[in-house]
Write a protein that binds this ligand. Structure first.
Ligand code: MCA
Ligand code: AMP
Length: 435
């Protein structure tokens, strides 16, 4: 679809929804999703992209918490991508208005709505375009989901802002990436690891100008394999839904396996130790990474306390990631402070949300969910459950599947007679794999 056609089709959506408080979009990987989201942006209506396979719990929560009056797209209000309207956008991506609300998992409870202003999104895309020397001459390819920052903000709004064509491959398989014949490729580490294991696909990317990896740490051996087969290792970049992308390698700069680059212009970063003292940037000392960025969210929706808790007393955003920074300002992400935030295939999954879904089963008495190391997905979701006699792991997998999006479901459910607890009665998750 050409830009003028997109503007016409999105204009038709914009005219229809103008004045709505919030709209949700059933965000499958389709042109309809792009038209609906761009239409909402044109109309200045905050848009909530929803995972197409979201379970009833998440869906109900997201709709009521966001206040979305309607769900656009194939599910409830079919969008005709051939319809056209001359809608004059009243709100370019420049103001403080909330453009998008992205629901993302925390350590406990239901997902939180991260409110992103139009200005923050535009600024982040401009910073990335500069760092990656991204121009209208580049064809971008990726096959990432359209309900998170990576696939949607970077992967769809990015090309629209830069003016570069984008090919969405449907799924991010090695074959589809190899066939895309693009200049720039975006992927999560799982995608890069699958490409690195497929010599033919990896070799087909030799002509690319830039490979970019993010959403989770790229293992150094994968970087090195890609370097060998594709002629370059990916540029890594780091960010969060709450801050957008704040740290990145540069297109023409150094690419260092295991490191995610330097702060983008206008962004400051620092490390704090357990007592809150700011640490030295010597490339060795590890502490919690904090960022001060003009791209930070406009708060969690309806959660002023959680919003305040994520900030330091002097207004920096506490990422919850543990990192080191070297004297040149390069960052290495070492892990996360909380075991209750799991990253699987680049998806952020809150252990508490999965535990709550399992505990809703009448035969489940206790549940503890952890992320266990996995070569393909980085981490996989594993549930340890104490259940009544006769309840099977298989039954609980199916039960969880009825309540949660597929990427949040435990890949393994292990039944235990009890869970290891400390003297205070708190589950000791670190002991679960071996107990
Ligand atoms: C998956 N399957 C399951 C389960 N999980 N079946 C039963 N139980 C489960 N627990 C099914 C899937 O539906 C699929 O079935 C098949 O198993 C293969 O699944 P999987 O191995 O997960 O492969 P995949 O479906 O290809 O997923 C890998 C993936 C995916 C493509 C890398 O994880 C992905 O799209 N990740 C991107 C996440 C992302 O965009 N994160 C960005 C967050 P079938 O084949 O039948 O369908 S934004 C962010 O992090 C910040 C801002 C940043 O820095 O970017
Ligand atoms: P999300 O909320 O899905 O946006 O996930 C944000 C989290 O993903 C961060 O807090 C990090 O833990 C992780 N992350 C993103 N990019 C990277 C990266 N390049 N290296 C390591 N971790 C990353």
């Amino acid at each position: 679809m050409h830009l003028a056609e997109l503007a016409g089709a999105a204009g038709a959506v914009a005219a229809r929804i103008e004045g709505a408080p919030v709209v949700a979009v059933h965000a499958d990987a389709s042109l309809e999703t792009v038209v609906a989201i761009v239409g909402a942006l044109m109309a200045g209506v905050p848009v909530v992209p929803i995972a197409p396979d979201a379970g009833p719990l998440e869906l109900g929560h997201i709709r009521s918490d966001s206040g979305a009056a309607a769900v656009l797209n194939t599910a409830e209000l079919p969008i005709d991508v051939t319809e056209r309207a001359d809608f004059a956008p009243r709100h370019a991506l420049i103001d403080e208005r909330i453009a998008m609300i992205l629901y993302t998992s925390g350590t406990t409870g239901l997902p939180k709505g991260v409110q992103l202003s139009a200005r923050a999104i535009a600024l982040d895309l401009d910073m990335l375009a500069e760092a990656w020397e991204w121009t209208p001459e580049d064809v971008l390819a990726h096959g990432l989901p359209l309900f998170h920052v990576h696939g949607l903000v970077l992967g769809i709004l990015g090309p629209l802002r830069v003016g570069s064509p984008v090919v969405h491959t449907g799924r991010p398989t090695p074959d589809a990436y190899a066939a895309a014949d693009a200049d720039v490729y975006f992927g999560v580490p799982t995608v890069w690891s699958r490409i690195a294991a497929d010599t033919a696909a990896a070799t087909a990317l030799r002509g690319a100008r830039l490979l970019v990896s993010g959403s989770a740490g790229l293992p150094a051996p994968i970087f090195e394999k890609l370097e060998a087969y594709c002629g370059q290792g990916p540029v890594e970049r780091y960010g969060m839904t709450e801050t957008l992308i704040t740290v990145s390698g540069r297109a023409r700069g150094e690419r260092r396996a295991g490191w995610v680059g330097a702060a983008l212009p206008g962004v400051s970063t620092r490390l704090r130790d357990d007592e809150g003292a700011v640490m030295v940037n010597d490339g060795e000392a590890v502490g919690e990474l904090e960022v001060l960025t003009p791209t930070v969210m406009s708060g969690y929706r309806n959660l002023p306390e959680a919003t305040a808790a994520a900030q330091s007393d002097d207004g920096w955003f506490a990422t919850g990631d543990v990192a080191s920074i070297d004297a040149d300002g390069w960052h290495r992400i070492v892990g996360r402070k909380s075991v209750d935030l799991i990253k699987s295939g680049g998806y952020r999954i809150g252990a508490g949300e999965v535990e709550a879904a399992l505990l809703a089963h009448p035969g489940v008495r206790e549940a503890a969910v952890v992320g266990e190391k996995d070569d393909d997905l980085g981490q996989v979701v594993v549930a340890y459950v104490v259940a009544d006699d006769g309840v099977t792991g298989q039954e609980l997998s199916v039960f969880a599947g009825e309540h949660l999006a597929v990427h949040k479901r435990p890949r393994r459910v292990e039944l235990r007679s009890e869970l290891p607890r400390n003297a205070m009665g708190k589950v000791q998750k670190a002991r679960l794999g071996s107990s």
